[in-house]
Design a protein around this ligand. Structure first.
Ligand code: PMP
Length: 386
């Protein structure tokens, strides 16, 4: 029996055996035809996963924050007005990155657990004159799911470019870049894509590429310049090789294996499964008389749960759950960091992981004196809902 605890934080996540095997292979040259084919598949399949048949994928070594920086560095020019729809910690990060690249940033939202209404976003768009709008699809600090489709439609009406931080959504939540009018979306390998950390994955639609091509000033950072990477991505996708920076060959092989699994499952089926998983967890939290951080179901993510500690229980719960074999995460949002915990439920999660996790949380809560957790009703509720 494995002594490694079950990893149920919102990224990195448990990875499938096939992905681990791909990762463990010896090094291939980045000029090797086998690597070229793997990279080509990764790029082509990224379009499917992002719902972006007209998009240009970029896959480079780095974490999700690098993908955010790549978006800002290429699309922002000094003085551009940007509107950040803030649903948590990562909206704040996006605002700071945009500012670093010269944007004048207005924020809307920022209410813990809530997503701005359409009227609020509409008013903020009008008053800010924003030409760039950013949305965090799922803010991992709050577990809030933003209505990307509705926000994007509003932004598009005003001709603004729409950037989506999909680090905690792509591969687990429904995202249709082309259909919804999203101009750029980004993620990282370690969450719902089901690969190890280390890759920034970004897809830029035609309007984003146009904005980059029409820049009056050079991109202010060498490593993330679309101009340096575009020839590399185009070459690999079309069966040639090109060099700018050494690609992380093992990570690309791992992502190739995980994207194969995503595509085999089918994005619709996969998103449905994530909804079912979230529903099972939500049923357990309700049965245990716990309150979730998102203020209602329509803004609750399907890739993670953010749950308040009940009366008399504190952040020591996380370590107690670990003693029962499951790793969960504490809070992250500065306004409530010590008041809630988070459980990631992405990737290949199914009933065994759900029951193990709920069981561990339930036992740890019971040991902390929370009486609603004494009867095994969380596990029963999760199983029934599933
Ligand atoms: N955006 C969101 C929504 C995230 O959840 C994260 C990571 N938790 C990031 C951006 C930053 O990604 P990374 O930690 O890989 O830099």
């Amino acid at each position: 029996m494995s002594t490694r605890p079950l990893l149920m934080i919102p990224g990195p996540i448990e990875i499938e055996a096939g992905v681990q095997v791909a990762m463990a292979r010896g090094s291939l040259s980045h000029l090797d035809p086998e690597f070229m084919q793997a990279f080509s598949r990764v790029l082509t399949r990224s379009r499917d996963v992002f719902g972006a048949p007209t998009g240009q994928p970029f896959v480079i070594a780095g974490s999700g924050t690098l993908a955010m920086e790549m978006a800002a560095a290429n699309l922002v020019e000094r003085g551009d007005a940007a509107l950040v729809i803030d649903t948590g910690f990562f909206g704040d990060r996006m605002a700071r990155i945009l500012e670093r690249h010269g944007a004048t940033v207005t924020r809307v939202g920022g209410v813990l657990g809530a997503a701005s209404s359409i009227d609020e976003v509409s008013a903020a768009l009008a008053s800010s004159g924003a030409t760039i709008v950013t949305i965090t699809h799922v803010d991992t600090s709050t577990g809030v799911l933003a209505p990307v489709r509705e926000y994007a439609a509003l932004a598009r009406e005003r001709g603004a470019l729409v950037i989506v931080d999909g680090v905690c959504s792509v591969g687990g939540e429904d995202l249709r870049m082309d259909e919804w009018g999203v101009d750029l979306a980004l993620t990282a390998s370690q969450k719902a894509l089901g690969a190890p950390p280390g890759l920034a994955v970004l897809v830029a639609g035609p309007r984003a590429m146009e904005k980059w091509r029409a820049r009056k000033t050079p991109v202010g950072a060498f490593y993330v310049d679309f101009g340096e990477w575009l020839p590399v991505m185009e070459a690999y996708e079309h069966g040639r090789v090109a060099y700018f920076g050494t690609p992380p060959v093992q990570l690309i092989a791992a992502l190739d294996a995980s994207l194969a699994s995503l595509v085999a499952e089918g994005m619709d089926t996969r998103c449905d499964r994530h909804r079912r998983i979230a529903h099972a967890f939500r049923s357990a939290w309700t049965a245990l008389e716990l309150q979730m951080l998102p203020i209602n179901e329509s803004v609750t993510a399907h890739t993670l749960s953010a749950v308040y500690y009940p009366q008399g229980v504190d952040a020591a719960l996380v370590a107690r759950v670990r003693e029962h074999g499951v790793v969960i995460a504490g809070g992250l949002h500065p306004a409530a960091r010590t008041k809630y915990f988070r459980v990631g439920h992405m990737g290949s999660t199914g009933l065994p992981e759900i029951l193990t996790t709920v069981g561990a949380v339930e036992r740890a809560l019971a040991a902390s004196g929370w009486s609603a957790a004494m009867s095994g009703r969380g596990v029963a509720a999760a199983e029934k809902a599933w």
